[in-house]
Ligand binder design. Sequence first.
Ligand SMILES: [Zn+2]
Length: 339
Amino acid sequence: MAHVVAVLDGKDLARDSMTCQMKYRTRRAETRRDRWMMGGRWHVDVLVIPASVKQAVPSLARAQAYLLPACSLSYLASALKSNIGMAQSAQPESVDERLKGRLNMPKPVPAFLPTVGSPLTVDKQAYDEIQQAPRVLVDEFTLPIRSGKAWEAPAGSIIRISTPDGPQVGDLNLWNRHNPRERFWASRTRQLHASHLGTYDRLWSSLPYMRPLATIVHDSLAWYGADQHGARVHDLLGTRCDPYIKAVLTSGAQYDFHCHSNLVRAVAEFGLAERDVHDVINLFQATGLDDEGRYFMNPCPAQRGDNIELLAEQDLLLALSAYFSPRASVARVVNVSLG
Ligand SMILES: [Zn+2]
């Protein structure tokens, strides 16, 4: 079996890291808030499971069945017409009347619940067996801080992403290996499962495919749940950091090791470009919305060895960025191996 240790442009990374160390030496982290900015390497294993176990996974065989029929345009047109008619006939209510309408509403029911036979319902026993089955290592690499890497994983393999150096958040993209137009759809996945993912949740693909790309089969941070501020891990609320918004918010900022940039560079070797990079799942990132619905990040709770495992439901291309903030302290940078 191939045993690959990939180091991305280690020389340049070492040089850039030194520059950052010097530049930010005086900004040693002193606050707890800075913990989420800590960086560390990622470690990724791709493992295969026995064919007998793979065959037991219903979704692998059923993946094609998730393709949906085209919508009926005539139905949509008639629904739209009746809505317009209702809106025209009703008298507008005052704000007070409309506010009363918000009172005494029953507790909402999630829009998408896994019911018996639904593709959202994972056969937990089958997936547990997969997770616990013997494995063979087929690929392995350690991703240095401030870099990205893309790699392939065949359907039925397990991708294990771990944090060998402690707290680290990472931005993950996924595509169908044979068709980059089928790619991870973060917002629909958020609707179908939750704002933060965990074991047995699936990572769904974009339209018109709408299929599971991967299913989470293990999460060592499952215990975190929701913290006192409502933050949870494996975030689908936010997206990747990028140099464009940085330039908007801090005029003239020159920094190009954001997760977006790392992912763009990583996918180039597979013939993909910036337009192929999409909204991510922020692995190990603890986030939430405050009382006013504003996005916030709490310290990353990952420690050395924490990991998440994904079962590839299709042949996949994946790309991962090891996050790094220029505001991170020098102490955090020097702890990182560059390969
Ligand atoms: Zn980032």
